[in-house]
Design a protein around this ligand. Sequence first.
Ligand code: UD1
Ligand code: CA
Length: 465
Amino acid sequence: MKNTIAIILAAGEGTRFNSETPKVLHKILGKMIISRVVEIVDGFDKKIIVVGHKSELVKKSISPVRNGVPQSGISNRVSDKNVVFVEQIVQLGSGDAVKQTEKILKNFTGDLVILSGDVPLLKKETVGKLLSVHKKEKAVATVLTCEVENPSHYGRIIRNADGTVKSIVESKDASDDVKKIKEINSGVYVFSSKELFSALHKIKNDNSKREYYLTDVISILSRQNKKIIAYKIENFREIMGINNRCELAQAENYIREKVLENLMHSGVTIVNPATVYIEETVEIEKDAMIMPSTIIKGRTKIGSGGVIGPFSYIEDSTIDKNVEIRASFVYGAEIADDVKIGPFSHIRKETKIGRHARIGNFSEIKKSAIGENTKVSHLSYIGDSQLGKNINIGAGTITCNYDGKNKHKTEIGDYTFVGSNTNLIAPVKIGKGVLIAAGSTITHNVPDNKLAIARERQVIKKRQD
Ligand code: UD1
Ligand code: CA
């Protein structure tokens, strides 16, 4: 975007959030509010973010570009080398916030797009249209507005007879008549830079909040007979401000429903969508089925024919075709075709599960590879292990991988049968085609095709009573 600079106002405390975390760092569908706002002005060469309240935290969340390379794997952070921060030390109002950018915009004569750090659902295309209307009409300022049934705490747009904008009146300072106006200020504007700063020097804080309002610039310019127009859009959701946690939930619900609708139109069945949470970063192939009360997050891919849920949580995982995951937690894992997981299994980071494997109820798998057709069907813990194919792990088998200081590895070869309630004391290597008797505690390696039995021999004694 040539000769256009974006300013994002994000210095405010967000008092109505009642939070230790700055408002703009709260998340909507897994992504921080500020990340969403920065994405709106993606194509701009320069983005100035005005920070203030807990500015160090806000800055840290936006600047992970190291040596010019965006840091991957941090889906919540913005990687943007075109971001510049400006501090507003004391939060004296939105007008005062914009004023802080003046020193770095001294020589800039183009247009400024101003966004609120708490208006995250705005579409890029809308900003594009706002700019083109502003240019076409040769306006000095263009305000993005919307007509709403309940204008509540939003600033009201006062128009001149010819339709141009005369002023913006804040809800708290509005008369009963002005309060009836249904056209609201979105907090998104385009300004000619020079005109904006000259007007900003004239704003006062003689209002109910004792703040320097950015919105007062409009009446100042209007009195100078400068052309100020409104660009009105239909969809209120796009411009809703996130001022408290109720609005946060409403915004999330709005995007969540959009994500689910897109998936359904692309051929994914979602049963009872009201209970399903899927982030925008998730990819699901057609003819997968998402069952109720399921959460799918991060960089997750799900192949066709899969049935995910009910009651499942999947994060940062690759799930191939025809996989069933019922009532289970899966994160940071790779699951191959035709695997069945659950109910009540826990598949943890760095796990790979091979085709047709079965991870049954109440099993936990951590940092392990499970081969094709291998079954860990009941009540097992497999950690730091390498399991071949066609293995049967009996109920209650535990890899004892931790000695209190270090983690150790377990290896099990193809076609081995591990009897129920076996303890495998790692490090240990079990060969191929081995049979381990139920109830064994295996402390030494077992060669291929052998039987290992490591338990007390049963004795039968006369009863004493
Ligand atoms: C603001 C507008 C209102 C509009 C609404 C749309 C003003 C005076 N009013 O009201 O007309 O309908 O947005 O959502 O602008 N900020 C700072 N420094 C400050 C104060 C605020 O950076 O000293 C930032 C905030 O972080 C926020 C933005 O400016 O991102 C707007 O401030 P906020 O207090 O949320 O204004 P609203 O009351 O929502
Ligand atoms: Ca606001």
